[in-house]
Design a protein around this ligand. Structure first.
Ligand code: PGA
Length: 254
C-alpha cells in the first residue's frame, strides 16, 4: 500500500464546442459528487476553459489545459501562457502529449521549458511520456523513456517537481483500443519510478503519481489500478462521455 492519491484525468483533445463542453461538465459534476479519495481533472480545448470553469467551480472536478507556451506574454501568435490558463480557472496542464510531439514539433527540450513555466506559474504539470509501436517492437521502450524523462526533467530539483504528475502513454495504445496489459503497464511504471528514484531520491519517487493512458475504459480501469505503481489514468476517448468517464472515476464503488 502507498498513500498516493489517485488522479483520473480526462483529455478532451479537439472535441466539443463551449456549450457541449459545459453540458458534459455539468453532467459529470453531478455524477461524481460523492467520489472519495480520488482527484478528478478534465482538460477541455482552450475556448471552453472559461465557461467550463464556471460549471466546475466548488465541485470535485478540477480543470486543466492541454498545452501551454513558456513565455508569460508577448508576440507569440496562437499561444497561451501558464498565467492565462490560471486566469481561465486551470490548476493543471498536460505537457508533452504524444500528439503534440507527433504533429506540432514538441521535443524533450520544449517539454522541459513548458514544465518549467508550469511550475513557476503554480500549475500542476501532467508530463506525458511513451514509446511508439516501432520503438516497442525494436525493444527500445526503456531507452526512449529514459531519454524523455532525463531530458524532460533536466535541471529541476525534487522540491520544484513536488506536484509533478507523470503520465505513461504508450503511443500504440492511444485511441487504438489496444490497451497495454496491466502487467506491461506495471513493468514500465516500475521502471519510471526507479528512474525517478535514481534522479530525485527515494521519498520523491514514492510520492510522485504515475498515471497510465491509452484506451482506458470502465472495463479495464480496476485491473490497471490494482497494479502497485499505477496511480491513476489519463483518459482520452472514454472521457468525452460524462457517464462513461464517471464510471472510471468511481471504479472502486461500482
Ligand atoms: P485514449 O487517449 O484514451 O483515447 O486512448 C488517451 C490520451 O491520448 O490521453
Amino acid at each position: 500500500m502507498n498513500n498516493r492519491r489517485p488522479l483520473i484525468a480526462g483529455n478532451w483533445k479537439m472535441y466539443k464546442t463551449c456549450s457541449e463542453a459545459s453540458e458534459t461538465a455539468r453532467h459529470l459534476v453531478k455524477l461524481v459528487a460523492d467520489a472519495k479519495d480520488v482527484d478528478i481533472m478534465i482538460a477541455p480545448q482552450f475556448t471552453a476553459l472559461a465557461p467550463v470553469s464556471e460549471v466546475v467551480k466548488g465541485s470535485l472536478v478540477s480543470l486543466g489545459g492541454q498545452n501551454l507556451f513558456w513565455e508569460k506574454e508577448g508576440a507569440y501568435t496562437g499561444e497561451i501562457s501558464a498565467e492565462m490558463l490560471i486566469d481561465a480557472g486551470c490548476s493543471h496542464v498536460i505537457i508533452g502529449h504524444s500528439e503534440r510531439r507527433q504533429y506540432f514539433g514538441e521535443t524533450d527540450n520544449t517539454v522541459n521549458k513548458k514544465i518549467n513555466s508550469a511550475i513557476k506559474g503554480q500549475l500542476i504539470p501532467v508530463f506525458c511520456v511513451g514509446e511508439t509501436e516501432k520503438e516497442r517492437e525494436s525493444k527500445d521502450t526503456f531507452s526512449v523513456l529514459d531519454k524523455q524523462i532525463t531530458k524532460g526533467l533536466e535541471s529541476f530539483s525534487s522540491d520544484q517537481l513536488e506536484k509533478l504528475v507523470v503520465a505513461y502513454e504508450p503511443v500504440w495504445a492511444i485511441g487504438t483500443g489496444k490497451t497495454a496489459t496491466s502487467d506491461q503497464a506495471q513493468e514500465v511504471h516500475q521502471f519510471l519510478r526507479s528512474m525517478l528514484e535514481k534522479i530525485f531520491g527515494d521519498s520523491f519517487s514514492k510520492t510522485i503519481r504515475i498515471l497510465y493512458g491509452g484506451s482506458v475504459k470502465p472495463e479495464n480501469i480496476a485491473e490497471l489500478m490494482a497494479m502497485p505503481d499505477i496511480d491513476g489514468a489519463l483518459v482520452g476517448g472514454a472521457s468525452l462521455d460524462a457517464e462513461t468517464f464517471s464510471k472510471i472515476v468511481l471504479f472502486k464503488t461500482k
